[in-house]
Write a protein that binds this ligand. Structure first.
Ligand SMILES: [Zn+2]
Length: 177
């Protein structure tokens, strides 16, 4: 499998939103999934370390998220699974996501750059780009450079928005003014 550049993943996520008329705040990943014909369900996973999974069987793709997770986490989990849908799950199969894979977006170290880790990083990049599109983040940040305010506007956790702001170098840009 060819690995995607982060910029390609950003563009892919934006294209998907625009194509489905969902390029406005806050992004609704469940709505997007439904428009794609992907069903989303709450589940009670027996294993506490699981956060979500996606399974594809022929024309039917299903996403499950842990029902006890808070709404922010579920939104991120669904967006992450949609990343696997677009980038990795091209044939029948399933991907199970543990919390440790999903809720950290930082660049892995070289030693960590296994194929599986890379796949998870790509899905997290996609999730960040889907829920926090770069241009919309930049617009909002220009109006009000506050991670808390942006987290609210985009309906994501402050942690997720903090990573996003860092990865877009927005703190540096705001210091230039
Ligand atoms: Zn994953």
């Amino acid at each position: 499998m060819e690995w995607a550049e982060r910029s390609q993943i950003e563009q892919r996520a934006k294209d998907v939103l625009v194509q489905h008329g969902l390029y406005s705040l806050p992004i609704d990943p469940v709505n997007l999934a439904n428009l794609l014909g992907v069903t989303v369900h709450n589940a009670k996973f027996a294993d506490d370390s699981w956060a979500g999974l996606i399974a594809k069987r022929g024309q039917h793709t299903q996403i499950l998220v842990e029902q006890s997770d808070p709404p922010y986490r579920k939104r991120f989990s669904i967006a992450h699974e949609l990343g696997h849908h677009f980038l990795h799950l091209l044939d029948d199969g399933e991907i199970v996501d543990k919390r440790v894979d999903m809720f950290r977006e930082k660049q892995p170290t070289l030693a960590d750059w296994s194929a599986q880790r890379r796949r998870e990083v790509e899905a997290n990049w996609f999730a960040a780009a889907l829920l926090m599109p770069e241009e919309l983040v930049r617009q909002q940040w220009a109006a009000n450079p506050s991670v808390m305010a942006l987290a609210r506007a985009f309906n994501v956790s402050q942690e997720a928005m903090g990573y996003r702001v860092d990865s877009l170098d927005l703190e540096v840009a705001s210091n230039v003014v």
